[in-house]
Design a protein around this ligand. Structure first.
Ligand code: FE2
Ligand code: FE2
Length: 481
């Protein structure tokens, strides 16, 4: 599939979910003002149908669900952009008031049944938890077996906790299994054993599933800098960052796991670099540099020789071959014929750069903080990196990435546990407060820094500065995972 197609599909899937919400919301608002047979209502219903039918035609159904502050369409999260945030918020509000959290069309619907559904929803009593039962009954009376509504799931704080615990557990499993697997494959390559690609593919599919639901736990794991097993951790982190970027720009699910694979094995060529060179603390001589700079070509050759990669192999070759090329081709290997770096190559280059600079290594004892790396990326945007991807990446990591230790203006200390989706709220993440008792820090409640104090209109909490966890003898990993 060419990149052009990828991008049109991306636009399509983002647009479809957003379009559905916009048009359904307008129809719902219209129902409160106009009569059922008013021309305006007809027009709105018609336009809403134009958003609904293509979804049913391609997926066989339309299933819309609200989970906390997020909307899902056929299991995929609808990405809300800053410019339409207020519309989503308005729609969520209307649905919450009525305690309706799910709408499903299991086959194509017509103008009349859609208007019926919307007038039923519009007429519901506010704050009545059993509204959905009433709508269900009414739909049954009218013989609309293909339309379903469901109750809004209300998550109390503890439930969110349990739910996110489950997500964390799955994330941890994927993360650590991937590390073992990379080890196995890389050692297999070294000793020329047979490697099990299918296992790797399955793991990456799991990673994609976890990331599509909520990428915060896996991104958190990737963000915590681990000191040992650099190569293996690095490979897994690159795969995670790559999938998370890919998801945000709308790469179809099937290709996301391929992207993960390409990220997982981008440095496979390093298996052929002697350990003395790889771990050398002193300055490398030109010859040693030459060996290091050969790893993209060596990696591409390794992939080429393995038939097990199947349809994946071109993408895997790109990942290995292109990750040090740079956007303007000023990196290595030097190409004799100029061409564009592929989308996968550009994504992996970005993920690789971020993860590589963020950790201490033999020749880089003090890792850069993420703020500085993002700054470097923006500086080199358009030269070393694809400018569009840099924007997506910077937004994804946020000003205060997951796991950052912060001091709040209430003099409380906390760890960033969730970043915000909207660009203007980037400096207002969710923070898990810490309290000190019996000689150590404990996790307190999670606060949302975008929350305002009603009477004054000011924010309840703001970040004053970031703190160095080492100064407080805190192992962030313990608190985050
Ligand atoms: Fe590399
Ligand atoms: Fe790398």
């Amino acid at each position: 599939m060419s990149e052009k197609q990828l991008f049109t599909r991306e636009d399509l899937s983002i647009r479809m979910g957003t379009e559905f919400v916009f048009r359904f919301y307008r129809l719902l608002k219209g129902a409160a003002i106009y009569g059922r047979n008013n021309v305006v209502m007809n027009q709105y219903a018609q336009e809403c149908l134009q958003a609904i039918q293509p979804i049913i035609q391609s997926d066989g159904r339309l299933f819309f669900k609200i989970v906390r502050d997020n909307c899902f369409l056929n299991q995929a999260k609808i990405q809300v952009r800053a410019d339409n945030y207020s519309i989503f918020k308005g729609f969520l509000n209307e649905m919450r008031k009525r305690w309706i959290g799910e709408i499903e069309f299991s086959e194509e619907i017509d103008n009349e049944s859609l208007k019926d559904l919307v007038s039923l929803l519009s007429g519901l009593e506010e704050g009545n938890e059993s509204n959905y039962l009433y709508v269900k009954k009414q739909l049954e009376y009218r013989g609309f077996g293909h339309i379903h509504v469901g109750k809004l799931e209300f998550f109390r704080d503890e439930e969110i906790y349990v739910d996110s615990e489950d997500q964390k557990r799955r994330s941890k499993e994927v993360y650590f299994k991937s590390i073992d697997l990379v080890k196995e494959v890389m050692e297999g390559v070294k000793n020329q054993n047979v490697v099990h690609i299918r296992k790797a593919k399955r793991l990456m599919q799991n990673a994609v599933n976890v990331i599509i639901q909520d990428d915060s736990a896996l991104l958190g794991l990737a963000n915590i800098k681990n000191y040992d097993d650099y190569t293996f951790n690095h490979s897994v982190n690159v795969a995670i960052f790559a999938i998370a970027i890919g998801q945000r720009i709308g790469i179809p699910k099937k290709h996301l796991s391929h992207l993960g694979m390409a990220g997982l094995f981008h440095d496979i060529g390093k298996t052929k670099i002697p350990r003395e060179i790889l771990n050398k603390t002193g300055k490398l001589n030109p010859e040693e540099w030459g060996v290091i700079r050969a790893h993209p070509v060596v990696g591409a050759e390794i992939v080429l020789r393995m038939k097990e990669w199947g349809e994946l192999s071109t993408r895997m070759i790109n990942g290995a071959f292109e990750h040090h090329l740079r956007y303007d081709l000023s990196g290595y290997p030097k190409l004799t014929r100029k061409r564009k770096v592929t989308l996968f190559g550009r994504i992996i280059a970005l993920a690789d750069f971020y993860d590589a600079l963020g950790r201490p290594r033999a020749y880089n004892r003090f890792p850069y903080v993420s703020e500085k790396i993002l700054g470097l990326m923006m500086e080199r945007s358009g030269k070393d990196f694809d400018p569009v991807l840099v924007k997506v990446f910077v937004n994804m990591i946020g000003v205060f990435p997951l796991g950052t230790l912060v001091l709040l203006d209430t003099n409380e200390m906390g760890i960033v546990v969730q970043t915000q989706e909207e660009a203007e709220l980037m400096d207002r993440p969710k923070v898990n407060l810490l309290y000190y008792k019996d000689g150590r820090y404990h996790k307190g409640k999670v606060v949302d820094l975008s929350e305002k104090d009603e009477p004054t209109g000011g924010y309840k909490w703001s970040i004053v500065k970031t703190l160095d966890p080492n100064e407080y003898s805190l192992n962030i990993a313990e608190y985050l995972i």
